[in-house]
Every structure is written in C-alpha cells, then in structure tokens.
Design a protein around this ligand. Sequence first.
Ligand code: MN
Length: 259
Amino acid sequence: MTASSLEGPAFTSKAADVGSEGPAADPALIAELVLANHILLREGVVDAFGHVSARHDKRPDRFLLARNMAPALVTAADIVEFDFDGNPVNAAGRSIYLERFIHAEIFRARPDVMAVVHSHSPSIVPFSISKKTKLLPVCHMSGFLGMRTPIFEIRDHAGYSSDLLITNSKLGAALAHTMGACNCALMRGHGSTVAGSSLREAVFRAVYTEVNAKLQSEAMSLGEFTALSEGEAETSARNISTQINRAWDYWVMKAQGKA
Ligand code: MN
C-alpha cells in the first residue's frame, strides 16, 4: 500500500458533509437505533467495536448510523445521516466509522434490507477462518442463516497487506456482492455482517447468529452433529420471524437494566 492511499479520504474517519439534510428521520426510528446499539452490547454482539444502521424512513437512498464511538455510549444526538457513497450529510466534523461502506453498499445493493449489523462477535470469527467447517443453522432460532453463509475473503480485493477493514466503496460493494441475497456474510479473520428487513429483525439475526455459532462449536466438541435441513431452516425462520417483538421487548428491558 502506498503512502498516498493511506492518506486518502477513504482512510480517514472524518469527512466533509455532502448534500443537504432532507426530511428528518422519524424520531421513533432514531430511538430504536439507539436501543439497538445498547441491546447488541448487552447481548454480546458488539463491544467497543461494531455498529448497527437503519435505512432512512423518508429517504431510502440514505441511512442512519452513529458517529465513531462505542455502541454503549450512543444517544439520539450521535446518529448521523449518510449517503450510499459513505458521505455524511450532517456529521458536522465529527468522527465517523471507517467501515460505514459496509452499510452503504448493502443498502445500495439490497432494496429489501432496512437494517444492517456489523460485528466481531467472538463465536463467529472461528467459522470465518476455518478451512474445514462451515457455519450452518443448528437450532430452530437460526434458520434464517439458510444452508450457505458466504465468507468474504478481503485478500481477493485488497491483497495480502490490508488491515482487513472495509474502508471504501469498492470493498463495500465486494462484500455486498459476496453476501448476495443471504442474510449473513462472514468476513475472514474479522467478523460478520447481517441484514434484516427491519431494525428489530437485523438485531435478532445478529444475536442468534452469534448464539448459533457458539452452539455449533459446542456440538462439534462433542463429535459429529446434525444441522437443520433446508426445509427446517425455511419453516422455522418463517415462524420465528413472527416472534421477534417478544425478544426485542425483553432485550430492551435488559439493556435498560430492568430485567
Ligand atoms: Mn469491523
């Protein structure tokens, strides 16, 4: 990597605002995005790193994501609006996430996606580096994974000396391409990204992708294991998707220290 590419705008965590603020996002959506940050922390999906975004409810060509900070500390005032090139609209000089291009390019590629979670949750990373074992849906809560969870190999796009981060639109688009129509993509040696048709669904999937990875690893320590069949994955995903609010309500209480 040349010095100039390190100094380019894609590498900085600050960027000038581009475009103008349109209609304000629904305050209820922003409040839910703040809660999503806190839930993902409490449920062990994010720590000081990782982020969650929601598509703007009035501007489908934009999305909402916190400024560069630990998810635990996010408040409504920290939510920034972005375009699909990863430009902030109203950051006003505040630091922004280097990996905002993950969100931008998935929203661009997938009109069905309304929210994205990117994390380094620890049980998933081993499946991103294993040469032998694939992540499979192993319990009824994680049928949404389907029978194929793609792995993004950043070396195919950034060579052998990258920092493994998705720091520009080109890498974001490559990740979105690898993800295809799947709900989850693993990122080799880094983490994972999940998508949902709502913020609550994306959070649910992020939590249960981590749970599933942990269960699969535990099962493998016992020997051979049985994964869901394709039909079981589809049927359970369809039925469990109606129960997401039950999990959300509980997780909100936990995140607020009330449960
Ligand atoms: Mn990351």
